[in-house]
Write a protein that binds this ligand. Structure first.
Ligand code: SAM
Ligand code: SF4
Length: 427
């Protein structure tokens, strides 16, 4: 299985390397490698990860060469807009988007309020077309290892909150490293998200060991540990972690205070800023569909995400979960989430936008639909199945499998069917 394409180094400028993928150029950060022009490398998340032997690189590139241009063609066809039938208002908004002009709050509200199938189709195609123009057909696929469902927090939405009576597990350090090795060596992942509840049993020493060992596999390590200390994030950066996924959850302070008792929105946002300042690549965002949320909150959420300068937007629908205070809350509709993906693509054109597992849980075909509405990143669950089943942040979570190879194949088939290729998106 091969879903990362090696790039050729064509230029070096201080700590930035320019990589070529069949004529497409990307800038990537080089901190870890001694490289020279002409070398073949793997990059992920805009970071250079490892050398690839010339012979091996050429073999992989031979496999890809014809297919790469075929995929680009499929992607171009799917993102081209032929028929344009919509209200003058929507056409005016889309014209602004095409001219790269700023949208007003009313424009954004109008986008979120669209209901006609024809207009929604046009909206999603327009967002897909911007994605294609900005990123071509590149797509990120990250693996996720959910290593502990212990949590000291009590977020109202979450199925592993402290007060919920569930079977708890902690993978051992050795089990986490083994799962990471399997994900990298057997399945070819180039980026791994290490996620858990806020579990202080994983202290600085344990986490440093985990990051140090996994870093040796030449993967991009994404931390998703919650609101841990700045000091810890600093230590883990030194150990080799380079990316962090930390959502602010909602930009509305009143809603935040109601659904995250004891937590503080300003502190959470400050931590995201601090982590970015340390040099981490940041993924951040929000949950959609929290009680009392309005479309203005969604717009403010997107704008706050953008202002934090993330590498990736991560937002998804609330999946109301049995036994939590929000179990009777209505789920947001799939179309509202797709409209939010499209709007995010218009507001932050160059960003990576993740299709979350929560969206996939809402609807089986949502992964494809999200990718065709402006998104360009996916996650695959690489947690051993017996643990993944207990990482029940919401009911019927998608992507829990005992056949990772098959899940990867399904994902790659989906990406090929819509013309996406695993080149790195660069920085
Ligand atoms: N504990 C860490 C934290 O909160 O940042 C990382 C793990 S937490 C389970 C990851 C994300 O899951 C949270 O940021 C939250 O947005 C999302 N989440 C939790 N419960 C959810 C639910 N019922 N529906 C949708 N997303 C949920
Ligand atoms: Fe814990 Fe994260 Fe769930 Fe909140 S969302 S209860 S911090 S795991």
């Amino acid at each position: 299985m091969c879903y990362a394409i090696p790039g050729k180094v064509i230029e070096l400028k201080k700590n930035i390397a320019v990589i070529d993928y069949f004529g497409e150029k990307r800038n990537v950060l080089n901190e870890f490698l001694e490289i020279k022009v002409g070398d073949y490398v793997y990059a992920q998340g805009g970071i250079l990860l490892n050398h690839v032997e010339q012979e091996k690189a050429e073999e992989i590139l031979n496999f890809w060469e014809k297919r790469f241009f075929e995929l680009k063609e499929v992607d171009k066809n799917l993102s081209s807009i032929e028929k344009v039938e919509a209200s003058p208002n929507l056409l005016e908004i889309l014209q602004k988007v095409n001219l790269n002009q700023e949208l007003t709050t009313k424009d954004m509200q109008d986008i979120l309020a669209l209901t006609s199938n024809q207009e929604l189709e046009l909206l999603y195609k327009s967002a897909n077309s911007i994605r294609q123009k900005e990123h071509d057909n590149a797509c990120c696929v990250h693996g996720i290892i959910e290593f502990s469902n212990y949590c000291k927090e009590n977020c109202f939405y979450c199925g592993i909150r402290k007060d919920k009576n569930i079977t708890r597990y902690r993978m051992t350090v050795a089990e986490i490293i083994t799962a990471a090795k399997k994900a990298v060596h057997d399945h070819g992942f180039k980026a791994l998200v290490l996620q858990s509840g806020e579990d202080y049993d994983f202290d600085e020493e344990k986490l440093t060991t985990i990051v140090t060992e996994i870093r040796k596999l030449n993967v991009l390590i994404f931390l998703s540990l919650g609101q841990r200390s700045k000091h810890l994030y600093q230590k883990l950066y030194q150990a080799g972690a380079r990316a962090a996924l930390l959502r602010f959850e909602t930009s509305n302070e009143q809603i935040f205070n109601e659904i995250r008792p004891g937590a503080n929105l300003k502190d959470r946002i400050q931590l995201i800023k601090d982590i970015k300042e340390m040099g981490y690549v940041i993924a951040t965002g929000f949950i959609m569909g929290l009680p009392k949320e309005t479309s203005n909150d969604i717009i403010n959420n997107i704008l706050l995400t953008k202002s934090l300068g993330p590498d990736m937007h991560s937002f998804g629908p609330l999946i109301p979960t049995t036994g939590t205070p929000l179990e009777t809350q209505n789920k947001p509709s799939k179309d509202l989430v797709l409209k939010t993906i499209a709007l995010t693509r218009f507001i932050d054109r160059k960003s990576k936008i993740l299709v979350t597992t929560a969206l996939e849980t809402l609807d089986k075909d949502a992964r494809r639909q999200g990718l065709l509405a402006g998104a360009n990143s996916l996650m695959i669950n690489a947690t051993p199945k017996h643990n993944a089943e207990l990482y029940s942040i919401y009911d019927n979570k998608a992507g829990v499998t005992d056949n990772l190879q098959e899940t990867i194949k399904d994902t790659v088939d989906l990406l090929y069917s819509i013309g996406r290729a695993p080149t790195d998106l660069g920085i």
